[in-house]
Every structure is written in structure tokens, then in C-alpha cells.
Design a protein around this ligand. Structure first.
Ligand code: HGY
Ligand code: MN
Ligand code: MN
Length: 421
């Protein structure tokens, strides 16, 4: 029996074949199957979104899924010292390579797309490249960064910050979730050695360029009429904790005049946050509070509030913090403005052009592992896929399947250009 001859490798620099050919069908089939695989993991039965937090049972299922996708394709699976997963096509030490991917964890009650769209599209794009018989000149990695949202332990992009050394491993090990479990204990429960946690220069050095595909978290592409766009910059942003203390007492026996009620301070704080953001031209959010002891019939002893502030420039963020200085906000994380690599963005845009796609440039107020890698000196680009609702971090987050498949085609075109140049 003779095997059918492989189609000729697609030459570097020539336009990729029409995305409506068999390779695109392969990408679509992968996308649909992988999307269906992930759909039930961590989904709340009442439809109120996804709960996929770091080092939980759901996180484990997602990691197993990623490992299974890697194994099914014969990719080398590596988990770095920060707990991020990498699946390599080609010898990762023959690089530096081109890496794509995103994250699989979610915010509480999050949507299906923020993160998973980039990971699923990465596997689908790899399948497209293989179906086209593209012969990469360098290795291709698919990354799944751990704990991007920081939903459990409070620090966003914990996996990429640990990898690049901007999050101190001792501090990370000591971070506590709402139940008081430390990250160290959560790692141990998940079967990892907490003392392994730390920067991983070897894993980072393998990344010659990183392209993160992500659902747009706004309606820029709805307005421009494009299914996909290219990232330009990420706004500076950070998280702060404010501790409001009071005197706990009985709800039924303490006269109003005698109360020291931190819930009133919280109400005033939230109003101040809004006013300070308006004044500064920034975005500021109090989206998480903890009340102690959290009893219906008890004046609280303490309220802890978390503040998220973002703006186009750092001056505006600092203006909000200055206006709130009386609350002594404690910084839990800070990400400076990130201007994504203009040359890489041009390469991606050129690849999109050869695939017949426009490439509007978008800035974003959302944080990404791409920003952390860019700050560590890795040439980094982002591809955004249109989101008709513009909603994110909520169940209404969405993208049409046709746009997702265009995103797969766009990512494949970009990777092909970067892998064969
Ligand atoms: O919070 C953010 O912007 C990101 O989604 N982690
Ligand atoms: Mn997010
Ligand atoms: Mn994300």
C-alpha cells in the first residue's frame, strides 16, 4: 500500500491558501470539538457564568484537558516552575520559538471566552498549519498561563508574573484565598511542591515571540466592522486593598449614635471612588468586599474593600489614588502601561492582509499575560476577536462562531508568517 503524497509545503512569504479550503475545515472541527469539551467545566448550573479558579478541582480538569490536547498531537508538555503549561511542536530548545495561547481560569461568574478562546484557537491554528503542511523554521509553543484572573489569591497574571520574576515566590506562597487557604497549601493539595514555585528563566528564554488571541472586551470591532483586530497597548492598572475598621456590636441593642459601623465607611468610600474616577478621567471599581463577621444582626467589626483603577495613562490612575489617600489604600498589584511591539504588530497585520482581513489597532483597559511578557522584554502581539455585546467578566460575554473561526484563520496566518520567516 502506498501512502498518499503529502501536499507540498507552503513556501514562506507566499500568500496562505484560501481559508475556505480543507485546512480551514480542520481548524473549524478542532475549534468546535474543543469548545464543546470545555463548555461544562466550572459552569454554574444556574447559567450565572464560569467559576474556574487557580488550583481547584476545575483548574485541575482544565489542566488535564490541556495535557490531553498536547498528547493527542504528540506535543511535548512542559509545566514551568510557575505552574504554567506549555505544549511544544518541535524541540523547544531549538528556538527561541513562537508561542501563542492564553489562560483557562476565570473571574467569579465569568464568561466562556476570556482566556479559553485564545487556548482553543491556538490548538485549532496549529492543526490548520499542520493540515497545510507548513514546515516551521522554529518551534511553536502553546501556552496556558495559570491564575491569570487572580480570582482566588488576588494577584492577576500570577502565573506570568511568577515566571518573569515580578511576583516574589515567597509572597505568592503566602497569598490567601477567601477561606484563608494559602497558595502554598493549594499547590500542595493540587500535587505540586510549593517550594518549586518561582521564576523560570529557561521557560521564558524559549519564547522568542508571543501572540495572544483574546475576545475583545469592548465594542471597538463592532464599530469598525472587523471580525479581528490587532493590539496596540494595554492601559496601566492596579489593585488596592482598603481596610475599614469599626466596633462590632448587636444590631438590636446598639443606638445609632453609639455605633462605629465600617459599613457606612464603605458606602462613603464607594462614592468617593466614583467621584475621584470622574474627576481624573479614569475607571475605578469596587467589585469585591469582605465583611466580618458578616452576620445579618451584627454591626461589622471590619469591612475590606478591593479597588481596581485603570486609565489611559498612569497620571490619571495616580490622581485617583491621591484623592483616596485618606483611606490608605494598600497596593496589591500594579501593571504599568504596556505598548505592544510595533514591529510584531505590523508582521501580524501583514499576515492578516494576506488572509484578506483588515487589522484595526486597539488599545485595551484589560490586563493580559501578554502585557507581563512584553514588560519582560518578549516581543508580544495581541489579536482580538469581535464581541457583539462588548461585555466581559460576565456571562453575556460572547463571540459569533464565524468570527471565532476567522480568528483561528488569522492566528494561523500570523503564526505561519512568524514561523517561516
Ligand atoms: O482584570 C483584567 O483585566 C484581566 O482580565 N485579568
Ligand atoms: Mn479577564
Ligand atoms: Mn483574559
Amino acid at each position: 500500500m502506498t501512502r498518499p503524497e503529502a501536499p507540498p509545503a507552503h513556501a514562506a512569504g507566499s500568500p496562505p491558501p484560501d481559508l475556505a479550503t480543507g485546512a480551514a475545515d480542520v481548524g473549524a472541527a478542532t475549534f468546535r470539538r474543543a469548545w464543546a469539551d470545555l463548555a461544562p467545566v466550572g459552569r454554574s448550573p444556574d447559567g450565572a457564568g464560569y467559576h474556574r479558579f487557580a488550583w481547584t478541582r476545575e483548574d485541575h480538569a482544565l489542566r488535564e484537558w490541556f495535557a490531553g490536547e498536547a498528547a493527542a498531537r504528540g506535543l511535548d508538555l512542559v509545566t514551568d516552575r510557575a505552574g504554567n503549561q506549555w505544549a511544544w511542536w518541535g524541540d523547544p530548545d531549538a528556538g527561541p520559538g513562537v508561542v501563542t495561547g492564553s489562560h483557562l481560569d476565570s473571574v467569579p461568574g465569568g464568561g466562556a471566552f476570556d482566556g479559553p478562546l485564545g487556548v482553543v484557537s491556538a490548538f485549532a491554528a496549529l492543526d490548520v498549519l499542520r493540515a497545510r503542511d507548513v514546515r516551521p523554521a522554529r518551534p511553536l509553543g502553546i501556552a496556558c498561563f495559570g491564575d491569570e484572573e487572580g480570582a482566588r489569591f488576588g494577584v492577576a497574571c500570577a502565573g506570568s508574573r511568577l515566571l518573569t520574576g515580578v511576583l516574589d515566590p515567597d509572597r505568592a506562597r503566602g497569598l490567601r484565598d477567601a477561606d484563608g487557604t494559602t497558595m502554598a497549601d493549594a499547590l500542595a493539595t493540587a500535587g505540586r511542591n510549593p517550594s518549586d514555585l518561582g521564576p523560570d528563566h529557561e521557560a521564558l528564554a524559549r519564547v522568542g515571540a508571543f501572540v495572544e488571541l483574546h475576545v475583545e472586551q469592548g465594542r471597538g470591532l463592532v464599530h469598525s466592522g472587523d471580525p479581528v483586530g490587532v493590539g496596540r497597548m494595554i492601559w496601566p492598572h492596579g489593585r488596592w486593598r482598603v481596610d475599614l475598621r469599626g466596633a462590632p456590636n448587636h444590631a438590636g441593642t446598639t443606638p445609632l449614635a453609639d455605633r462605629d459601623d465600617p459599613m457606612l465607611d464603605l458606602a462613603a468610600f464607594v462614592q468617593h471612588v466614583r467621584a475621584a474616577a470622574l474627576d481624573a478621567g479614569a475607571l475605578a471599581t469596587v467589585g469585591k468586599v469582605r465583611v466580618e463577621p458578616n452576620g445579618v444582626n451584627a454591626i461589622p467589626s471590619q469591612v475590606t474593600a478591593w479597588l481596581d483603577v485603570r486609565a489611559e495613562d498612569e497620571r490619571r490612575v495616580r490622581a485617583v489614588l491621591t484623592a483616596l489617600a485618606a483611606y490608605a489604600p494598600h497596593e496589591e498589584s500594579w501593571t504599568p502601561v504596556t505598548v505592544l511591539d510595533a514591529d510584531l504588530a505590523d508582521e501580524v497585520a501583514t499576515a492578516l492582509g494576506t488572509a484578506g482581513l483588515g487589522s484595526p489597532r486597539l488599545g485595551t483597559g484589560a490586563g493580559h499575560d501578554a502585557g507581563i511578557l512584553a514588560a519582560a522584554g518578549v516581543p508580544t502581539a495581541m489579536l482580538f476577536v469581535r464581541n457583539p455585546t462588548g461585555v466581559s467578566h460576565a456571562p453575556a460575554e460572547s463571540a459569533d462562531e464565524a468570527d471565532c473561526l476567522t480568528g483561528v484563520g488569522a492566528l494561523a496566518a500570523a503564526l505561519e508568517r512568524l514561523l517561516t520567516r
